[in-house]
Design a protein around this ligand. Structure first.
Ligand code: FAD
Length: 645
């Protein structure tokens, strides 16, 4: 059976060549500008108000463009970015511990297992230093040392301290900063804010992205909205697994609708499984809770040496504990990258040495840190995370080690964009977690906030000018055939979901889909498992369209209907993820193919065959997707077997 077909290669033609240090500056200089008086004549739609969308909308409005901003929450402040805990990286070298733009670049390319673009990653590292200044100017209360300087801590995959943080609430504080900047522009009349509106279709006219179809989630009204360019900042799709650390509402619909309209989807199978989450406790759960990676600065990860040892942790003496990360990876210890730590946890649990119910857990122990630093110091750093853990599990982590297990957390895949963050549909730009751009096959901790804010505050506001300089584009009306067709497609889809009137809930389908994905496209993948998953997904999708029950109507607030549309898109995405994982017969970062491992069980890449971005083109419903390859070149950081030993 042909699961995919081969298409023409694709290239990132927007990226300048020459010395990597000057590429961004040269691209900015070469990009066309729009003079301030003309900016007022140009409208940009921004879908999403998280860190990427909030910062982009505020900055574009500040520059003088007319911005229309959309989110499905009741406030821009409730975007999922608010949940980010641990911190944001920047190559400031405040600690004088050998950090530099080049080292952040190097760590990120290596951390991504040599599956990211060098040009993008270098720019990210350069811009990282501006983000901190921008946020401090906004009043973001980063943690400070006694002397008043900004404090840093370490995250996985690095040997320096470059992570800026605001206790365990970094995302919240950064989002409040972006939100204030955004609200200022709303008050000035430069941003029109549309909360509780969901984008359900992209409007493409004459090959250009010209608007979106949205549904008012309160009244059910469907409308068409026009602009000269559309920016998607709609976040990641980890919830395809049903259980993940993402906010319950996170979904793929905005990206998927754009994909069906011609935007390529890159590396969909690259999923980040985060090693430090509170283990699943039963079928009642609808989401999982992250325990920030920052805890691995001071917490030590261990399991009993002996399989089946079910003594309480306090009764297990030191010499009967296996601090396996420190043992296997002495250079990085507990701060190995997430993909490595997650697989190591799975391996010890597979050996029967896992702890807690079902043996699916490992300890994260703070006893040494408390003895060394004192309880107060530990509480000052991690207090809110400890409290959250205690509220959820009933255990006091100051006394009993936390129990943690890997869970789906972030998606490195997303819509393909060039160096300008423009997708393959002219005028459609994609920022933040929704694009695929900078993390390769594995994202290092504290780099999502960095990328989202780099995209929104600094990169997009420079690159989008180059496109908008050709505008304003001809005015559109609802009667334009392409606009009317986009709107009709939304109405038909809603009617189709309501018409099934079956006997199974949306959630029961979503849960079953998530189970298939976790089982066969989760921490370990095989050719056999992925083939099986594709056939399971197809039959479950068929069942969905004959048995799903969506109560109520489309004319009012109807959360079942919202969820049904999102789950329908997850079904299509899930199949593409499995096809992508199947075609990539190598292991790299978050994609571990059991058939491709080193003798000691580490991910084994095949650079000769797979050193490319897999950008998938939609070929029509029921048709195999088309694989377009973008070759990756490494001039500066030469691909090697990743070692953290
Ligand atoms: C628990 C947790 C902790 C984390 N901690 C860290 C950390 O410490 N450091 C770090 O770097 N990263 C962290 N991350 C990752 C990081 O938080 C996210 O990658 C990042 O916040 C994503 O930002 P975003 O702006 O791209 O998307 P989001 O914040 O997810 O925002 C998406 C926006 O799009 C809107 N939207 C989506 N679809 C539609 C639609 N169809 N119509 C209208 N609006 C739509 C939503 O309403 C929302 O406003 C963490 C993630 C989790 C889950």
């Amino acid at each position: 059976m042909n699961y995919w077909s081969e298409g023409d290669p694709i290239a990132d033609t927007a990226a300048p060549d020459g010395p990597i240090e000057t590429r961004w500056e040269r691209r900015q200089f070469a990009a066309k500008l729009v003079n301030p008086a003309n900016r007022r004549k140009l409208t940009v739609i921004v879908v999403g108000t998280g860190l990427a969308g909030g910062s982009a909308a505020a900055t574009l409005a500040e520059a003088g463009y007319k911005v229309r901003s959309y989110c499905y929450q009741d406030s821009p402040r409730r975007a999922h970015s608010i949940a980010a805990q641990g911190g944001i990286n920047a190559a400031k070298n405040y600690r004088n511990d050998g950090d530099s733009v080049y080292r952040l670049f190097y760590d990120t390319v290596k951390g991504g297992d040599f599956r990211a673009r060098e040009s993008n990653v270098y720019r990210l590292a350069q811009v990282s230093v501006n983000i901190i200044d921008q946020c401090v100017a906004q009043g973001v209360p980063f943690a400070r040392e006694y002397g008043g300087l900004l404090d840093n801590r370490s995250f996985g995959g690095t040997q320096v301290s470059r992570t800026f943080y605001a206790r365990g609430q970094t995302g919240q504080q950064l989002l409040l900063g972006a939100y204030q900047a955004l609200e200022r522009q709303v008050a000035l009349g430069n941003v029109e804010m549309h909360t509780r509106h969901e984008m359900l279709e992209l409007i493409v006219v004459d090959g250009k992205a010209r608007g979106i179809v949205v549904r008012d989630l309160v009244t059910g009204e469907i409308s068409t909205e026009f602009a000269d360019a559309v920016v998607l900042a709609s976040g990641g799709y980890g919830n395809v697994f049903f259980l993940s650390t993402n906010a319950k509402g996170c979904n793929v619909t905005a990206s998927w609708r754009a994909h069906r309209k011609g935007a390529l989807f890159a590396n969909p199978c690259y999923t980040q499984i985060h090693p430090t989450c509170i283990p699943e406790s039963g079928t009642h759960q609808s989401k999982l809770t992250l325990m920030s990676e920052s805890l691995r600065n001071d917490g030590r990860v261990w399991v009993p040496v002996r399989a089946g040892d079910d003594r309480v942790p306090a009764d297990i003496p030191e010499d009967e504990r296996d601090y396996y990360l420190e043992r296997i990876y002495p250079s990085f210890g507990n701060l190995v990258p997430r993909d490595i730590a997650s697989r190591a946890a799975k391996n010890v649990c597979d050996e029967g040495r896992g702890v807690g119910p079902g043996g699916l857990g490992v300890y994260l122990d703070f006893a040494d840190a408390i003895a060394r630093l004192g309880r107060d110091a530990v509480e000052a750093k991690y207090g809110n995370l400890f409290e959250m853990y205690e509220r959820i599990t009933g255990d006091d982590p100051y006394i009993t080690p936390m129990r943690i297990y890997p869970a789906v957390h972030y998606t490195m895949g997303g819509l393909w964009v060039d160096y300008d963050l423009q997708s393959t549909i002219p005028g459609l730009f994609v920022v933040g977690e929704a694009n695929f751009s900078d993390h390769g096959a594995n994202r290092l901790g504290a780099s999502a906030l960095m990328q989202g804010l780099a995209d929104g505050y600094f990169v997009l506001p420079n690159t989008i000018n180059d496109y908008l300089a050709s505008g304003p584009f001809p005015a559109l009306s609802a009667s334009h055939p392409d606009v009317a067709a986009a709107r009709a497609a939304v109405s038909e889809r809603i009617s189709a979901l309501l018409a099934v009137d079956g006997d199974r809930t949306v959630d029961s389908f979503h849960r079953e889909l998530g189970h298939i994905m976790w089982e066969y496209c989760g921490m370990e993948r095989t050719e056999e498992g992925l083939t099986k998953a594709i056939s399971l997904i197809r039959s479950l999708r068929e069942e969905f369209w004959t048995r799903v029950k969506v109560p109520g109507t489309g004319e009012t607030l109807n959360q079942n209907l919202e969820r049904a549309g999102r789950v329908a898109d997850f079904f299509e995405l899930a199949e593409l993820m499995c096809v992508d994982a199947l075609h990539r017969a190598e292991s790299c970062g978050g994609h571990f193919r059991a058939e491709s491992q080193t003798p000691d069980g580490e991910a084994l890449r095949h650079d000769d065959e797979f050193s490319y971005v897999a950008a998938w083109q939609f070929a029509g419903t029921g048709e195999p997707p088309v694989l377009r390859r973008e070759t990756l070149d490494f001039e500066y950081v030469h691909p090697s077997q990743r070692s953290y030993k």
